[in-house]
Ligand binder design. Structure first.
Ligand SMILES: [Zn+2]
Length: 311
C-alpha cells in the first residue's frame, strides 16, 4: 500500500478529521491550582497531558484498514509515521475547551490590593483611603465603606468576590476591562478566619489584569473554608472593551503582589508536607498531624511541630 492510498482511505472514512483525545462528560477542571493557572495565563500545560492519543490511533487504524494492511503498516515505519502525521494534522479534539465546558463556575476574587497590617488602625483613615481609591465620593458609598471597615482590626485584604465561567479566561483575551455592577466588596483575613462584606450600589470598571484575579481556593484558606460559600448567584460582571462604569485606572501589577507572595509561601508548605514535614508557622490545619485533646478548652495539637488549634 502506498502512502497516498492510505491517506485517501483515511480521508474517505474521516472527511471531517479525527478526534484523538476523548473527554468524558464527567471530566472537568476541578483542581484549584490548575484553575488558577488558567486565570493567570489563559492556559494550563498539565491538562493536555492527561489525555493519551495512543488508543484512538490504534482504534482508527483498525477501523480503516484491513488485517493485511495493518500488518503492512506495522512493518513499514514510514507508512506508519505518515498515517500518524495525518491524524495529528487533522485532529479536531480540543481537550481544554471540552473540559472547560464541563467545569462549573469558579469562585474568584479581584484583588483591589489594599492590605493593612492593623498596626495603625484608624477607621476614618481607612474609609477615606478606600473611598479615594475606588472613587466613591458620594455619601451612600462612604456609609457602605464604613460598614465594611468597622470590624476589620488586623491584616486583611480588600477584594470583589465573584464566580465566573473559567472558559472566559481560556486563551488570550482581547477585552481590556471587567465591569462589576452593584459590586459586593469583601474584606477577608484568611489567617484569622474573619471576614466582612458589604453589598453596594457601586458599579466599577476595572482593568482586566490577570495578576489581580485569583481563584479563591488557589492558596491559603478559601472563602469556602472560612465562610462556607462556594457560589455567588449574581451575574453582574462581564468582560468588555467599554469603560461602562466608574473607571479605576489601576497601574498594571508588575511585581509580586501580596497574594503572589502568599501563594509562594503556601506552595512551600504544600511541598514540605509532601516530604512529611510541617511547620509551626503554618496556619493550615490539614497540613499538620493532629490529635484531639478533650480538655477544656478543647483543642487539637500537632504531634510533630506542636502547633495547636483551639476548637
Ligand atoms: Zn505540625
Amino acid at each position: 500500500m502506498k502512502t497516498e492510498e492510505a491517506i485517501e482511505k483515511l480521508k474517505a472514512e474521516y472527511p471531517n478529521g479525527v478526534e484523538l483525545r476523548y473527554v468524558d462528560y464527567r471530566d472537568c477542571i476541578d483542581d484549584s491550582k490548575t484553575q488558577n493557572e488558567i486565570v493567570k495565563t489563559g492556559w494550563a500545560d498539565s491538562v493536555e497531558d492527561w489525555y493519551d492519543d495512543w488508543e484512538s490511533i490504534q482504534y482508527i487504524i483498525k477501523e480503516v484498514f484491513t488485517e493485511d494492511e495493518r500488518v503492512e503498516i506495522a512493518q513499514d515505519d514510514e507508512l506508519d509515521q505518515a498515517i500518524k502525521d495525518w491524524m495529528y494534522e487533522n485532529d479536531t479534539s480540543d481537550v481544554m475547551k471540552w473540559l472547560l465546558r464541563n467545569t462549573w463556575n469558579v469562585l474568584m476574587f479581584y484583588d483591589l490590593w489594599y492590605e493593612d497590617d492593623g498596626d495603625s488602625f484608624d477607621l476614618d483613615e481607612r474609609v477615606k483611603w478606600i473611598s479615594e481609591q475606588l472613587q466613591m465620593k458620594w455619601e451612600r458609598a462612604l456609609a457602605d465603606i464604613r460598614r465594611l471597615c468597622i470590624d476589620a482590626y488586623d491584616w486583611w485584604e480588600l477584594c470583589i468576590l465573584f464566580d465566573w465561567d473559567l472558559a472566559d479566561f481560556y486563551w488570550e483575551k482581547s477585552e481590556k476591562y471587567i465591569n462589576f455592577k452593584d459590586c459586593t466588596l469583601w474584606i477577608i483575613n484568611r489567617w484569622n478566619w474573619s471576614w466582612n462584606y458589604q453589598e453596594t450600589n457601586i458599579d466599577l470598571t476595572l482593568p482586566f489584569d490577570r495578576k489581580r484575579i485569583w481563584v479563591d481556593d488557589a492558596y491559603s484558606y478559601s472563602v469556602w473554608e472560612i465562610f462556607g460559600m462556594s457560589r455567588i448567584d449574581d451575574e453582574n460582571w462581564f468582560l468588555t472593551d467599554d469603560k461602562k462604569y466608574t473607571y479605576i485606572d489601576f497601574e498594571p501589577i508588575e511585581w509580586d503582589s501580596p497574594a503572589d507572595k502568599e501563594r509562594k509561601r503556601q506552595e512551600y508548605f504544600d511541598d514540605e508536607k509532601k516530604k512529611g514535614i510541617c511547620h509551626f508557622g503554618d496556619e493550615k490545619f490539614s497540613r499538620h498531624t493532629t490529635v484531639y485533646v478533650n480538655d477544656y478548652p478543647c483543642w487539637n495539637k500537632c504531634t510533630k511541630c506542636w502547633r495547636f488549634f483551639i476548637d
